[in-house]
Design a protein around this ligand. Structure first.
Ligand SMILES: [Cu+2]
Length: 82
């Protein structure tokens, strides 16, 4: 009983954290895809690339909410609606 509830708890914790972590790469992919065809100014392009890189850094550091917030800024410039 004790062991099985421990397994359930750790499985739930893993499932929720990995689902959360996984949305960052999804956003990065969408940004990369949009960058290929984006009609934005050079300044906007530089900004998007900066946010995209920052987002990836946050993601790798485990700061997924910061990553999503930063990636959202890039998506706003590109006009991506997620
Ligand atoms: Cu993440």
């Amino acid at each position: 009983m004790k062991i099985s509830s421990l397994i359930v708890a750790s499985t739930l914790a893993f499932a929720s954290s990995s689902a959360f972590a996984f949305s960052c790469p999804k956003h990065m992919k969408a940004i990369d895809a949009a960058l290929a065809t984006a009609k934005v100014s050079d300044a906007e392009m530089a900004e998007v690339k900066k946010y995209r890189a920052e987002g990836e850094t946050f993601h790798k550091a485990g700061k997924h909410q910061d990553a999503l917030d930063t990636l959202a800024k890039a998506e706003k410039i590109l006009g991506i609606k997620m």
